[in-house]
Design a protein around this ligand. Structure first.
Ligand code: AHR
Length: 304
């Protein structure tokens, strides 16, 4: 082969591989923030896996602020991305920006959390776990462990967020079936370790060292990990004096379960890019009506 032919062959090879590497779609992702252990793991999975699905992901971390999310979504619309993914901080306040995306003919996909809008045509689908079911799984486990007799303290997630609303309602739907099960104190710890610690410190004071309390239900593991710290500092034995059940099943709660400080956690999968990207890229290839909710399964894990 002459030098010219060799050069031409390697040039076309280089062009082919750069074409193969080029992303097929540019997608904007407005993420809630980086609270707790679960969310950063979810963000990393979405960022790490994007290339595999031909996606150039524009990632925007809203640091827990809805105004930041609205700004990011409007910036994605202005850039003319192919699709927008939103994990909404709270359920309300989305109509206007979703209308703007619709006017710009940019499809919106909800992941993880839900929005409360009357017009469901404003987004294509929500791809997420069933938070209500997670609350029910936690409640059913506790009903079985306590034989339906339990005074409970509850640490709620971010006020107005879908997981806080839905986990609470699922949990209550189960415990309401048992006359001797009751939530005696409830407060938001905003899904953070520090928030959970502060809330548990307040519960310890208001209940005279958790006197008569049989369980702590936290809407996520990080709040439960903060609660465990607070209880230990007060000389209490989490996982023994009080049953500890939460949601996420992050590595730190698995360690706490092994150490006997926590009893059960409902798994919220963080490696969910494999469920999300194919739905979006298939839709972009041939748009069609999808079910409004594509559910990712959740399971409860108990300490051995
Ligand atoms: O929306 C899911 C919840 O958000 C997770 O359970 C929690 O850890 C996160 O902050």
């Amino acid at each position: 082969m002459t030098f010219h032919k060799l050069f031409a062959a390697s040039l076309s090879c280089a062009l082919m591989s750069s074409a193969a590497l080029a992303a097929d779609y540019t997608i904007g992702f407005s993420q809630v923030g980086s609270e707790g252990d679960w969310r950063p793991a979810f963000s990393k999975n979405m960022q790490d896996e994007a290339g595999k699905y031909g996606v150039d992901l524009k990632f925007a971390n809203a640091q827990g602020k809805q105004e930041e999310q609205l700004r990011a979504v409007r910036a994605f619309i202005a850039q003319g991305v192919d699709a927008i993914i939103i994990a909404p901080v709270v359920v309300t306040g989305w109509e206007d920006v979703l209308e703007e995306a619709k006017d710009a003919e940019i499809p919106v996909f909800l992941v993880d959390r839900d929005v409360d809008v009357d017009d469901k045509s404003l987004y294509v689908t929500r791809i997420s776990a069933d938070f209500n079911l997670e609350g029910k799984l936690a409640g059913a486990w506790l009903a079985a462990e306590s034989l339906g007799n339990c005074k409970i303290v509850e640490m709620q997630g971010t006020t107005g967020s879908a997981p806080a609303i839905e986990r609470k309602s699922g949990f209550e739907a189960v415990i309401d079936q048992f006359p001797a099960m009751e939530i005696v104190a409830t407060q938001s710890g905003d899904f953070t370790t520090e928030g959970g610690k502060k809330v548990m410190e307040a519960f310890i004071k208001s209940t005279n060292n958790l006197d008569g309390i049989c369980a702590a239900f936290a809407h996520n593991d990080n709040m439960q990990l903060g609660a465990i710290q607070a209880m230990k500092e007060a000389g209490l034995k989490p996982g023994k004096d009080v049953l500890m059940v939460s949601v996420d099943y992050v590595p730190a709660i698995v360690d706490a379960m092994k150490a006997g400080d926590a009893n059960a956690s409902v798994e919220l999968r963080s490696a969910v890019a494999e469920f999300i990207y194919p739905v979006i890229t298939d839709y972009l290839e041939s748009p069609k009506d999808l079910d409004k909710w594509i559910v990712i399964p959740s399971d409860l894990h108990k300490a051995e």
